[in-house]
Design a binder for this molecule. Structure first.
Ligand SMILES: NC(=O)c1ccc[n+]([C@@H]2O[C@H](COP(=O)([O-])OP(=O)(O)OC[C@H]3O[C@@H](n4cnc5c(N)ncnc54)[C@H](O)[C@@H]3O)[C@@H](O)[C@H]2O)c1
Length: 440
């Protein structure tokens, strides 16, 4: 099948590569000319495990091409996927300009019956707007399918190729048939393709992200309560996770959620509710708790060192909103770094993949280190913000030698407090009893 994918970000690129891998003829489109030029040279603009190999293979086989022209990509395509960004507007609503712009370009370009699929996360009812935007621009038939994407950055290829479920929202039987043909090879192990109406499909994506964000904020509040009561959140997490009604996922407390999805989708749920005459206090609380949690590490620093951090130097390990990606959109690390700088501290940062992104945000206000140990030189404390695997078993003796003071504020609970005591560190985790006075 000839397919066009509009938008070559995390979702568009992974989807385009995934469909090409199954033998389809895919053109990926973007308005960002340097991005398309880079992709044509074989350079991948994002960090995603497995993507470079799959992309190169499908380009070589002639199944995957890149274009700046929606018209060129859409001509002759039976399915066109919209995978452009839907960031928050200043009032918290989802900014649909890219989606509606892409829909208009598609409307002008279709040359026969076309299935127009929204993979972008869009507010409930957007499919009606898309229909209205495209209808005046074409005489050809088209169906709008709402096909939310559930992939996780860091495991995006795996999630796309082996989804837990595929949600197809459409009222058109021809469109559903084409979508089934496209997705059936991805669910051969029996995971379901769930068909429903467009509105419910759009709501499904928000409900999923809102629930996951709620679990994170809930556990962060439990962790904060553990700190006050002397309970150990890691024990509590395990104690509740074995309950099958609860499960283990998304029960890890930390420095708050970030990324390109949860924050904006939580805000969009709140504004969608408001637009329909309803307050959604639970979601507002989830967001408030998350905002507060992003400041927790800096508040702990202030407890240790005082509000004026002049003359104090801090190392940060991990800048991305989660490991195995280079995405720093709304990452808690931004709040942490800015909080330290604002109070007069100096900051040295390390991240395995995101230093190029960090430079765009922090410029020359911090120092950048490719090697995690190098960021520690002369540090009064290390703050761990992202749980990259390579931070789990570091050389603690080497760390102590490099640092001015052996203090670790761990926003991801990577280590056992007792082990840290043995290594001679003051150790401040989230929701667990801190080690305050090093014995060694
Ligand atoms: N990133 C994720 O993990 C994830 C997961 C599930 C769903 N989503 C949703 O998918 C959508 C895309 O997310 P992303 O992270 O891939 O975004 P992204 O910002 O990484 O990429 C979007 C791309 O679309 C391009 N673009 C914008 N307007 C365009 C237009 N009119 N024509 C062609 N290209 C255009 C941009 O230049 C950019 O390259 C969002 O709605 C997001 O909520 C994201």
């Amino acid at each position: 099948m000839k397919i066009a994918v509009i938008g070559t970000g995390y979702v568009g690129l992974v989807s385009g590569v995934g469909f090409a891998e199954l033998g389809h003829d895919v053109t990926c489109v973007d308005v960002d000319a340097p991005r398309i030029a880079a992709l044509r040279r074989g350079e991948i603009p994002i960090h995603e495990r497995g993507l470079p190999e799959l992309l190169a293979r499908n380009v070589r086989a002639g199944r995957l091409t890149f274009s700046l022209s929606t018209a060129e990509a859409v001509a002759g395509a039976r399915a066109v996927f919209i995978a452009v960004g839907t960031p928050s507007a200043p009032d918290g609503t989802a900014d649909l300009r890219a989606v509606l712009g892409a829909a208009a370009d598609i409307g002008r370009a279709i040359d026969g019956f076309t299935v127009v699929v929204t993979k972008s996360t869009v507010p409930v009812g957007t499919w009606v707007q898309l229909h209205a935007a495209m209808s005046p621009l074409t005489t050809h038939d088209f169906d709008i399918v709402s096909n939310p994407e559930f992939l996780k950055e860091g495991a995006a290829i795996d999630d796309f190729m082996k989804p837990d479920r595929v949600v197809i929202g459409s009222v058109g039987s021809k469109a559903i048939e084409i979508m089934r043909e496209l997705y059936e090879p991805f669910v051969r192990t029996g995971n379901p393709i769930i068909t429903m109406d467009n509105t419910s499909a759009e709501m499904t994506k928000y409900a999923a992200n809102a629930l996951l964000a709620t679990r994170i904020s809930f556990m962060n509040e439990i962790a904060n309560l553990c700190e006050r009561t002397g309970a150990d959140v890691d024990q509590v997490r395990r104690g509740i996770g074995y309950d099958r009604r609860i499960g283990h996922h998304f029960l890890f407390p930390g420095v708050g959620y970030g990324g390109s999805c949860f924050p904006k989708d939580v805000r969009a749920v709140i504004t969608t509710a408001r637009e329909h005459g309803m307050e959604f206090p639970l979601m507002a609380a989830v967001e408030d708790v998350n905002e507060a949690q992003k400041h927790r590490l800096v508040l702990k620093v202030v407890d240790e060192f005082g509000a004026n951090l002049r003359g104090k130097h801090f190392a940060i390990w991990g800048l991305t909103f989660k490991p195995r990606t280079d995405d720093m959109r709304e990452a808690p690390s931004i709040t942490v770094v800015e909080g330290l700088l604002k109070r007069g501290g100096t900051v040295a940062v390390h991240d395995p993949e995101a230093l190029h992104e960090a430079k765009k945000l922090f410029g020359d206000r911090v120092s950048y280190h490719r090697v995690n140990y190098e960021a520690l030189a002369g540090a009064d404390a290390l703050l761990i913000v992202t749980e990259w695997n390579e931070f789990r078993r570091p050389d603690f003796a080497r760390m102590r030698q490099l640092m001015r003071q052996p203090i670790i504020l761990d926003g991801r609970n990577l280590y056992e407090p007792e082990v840290m005591r043995e290594h001679g560190f003051a150790y401040l985790p989230i929701g667990r009893t801190p080690v305050r006075v090093p014995t060694a």
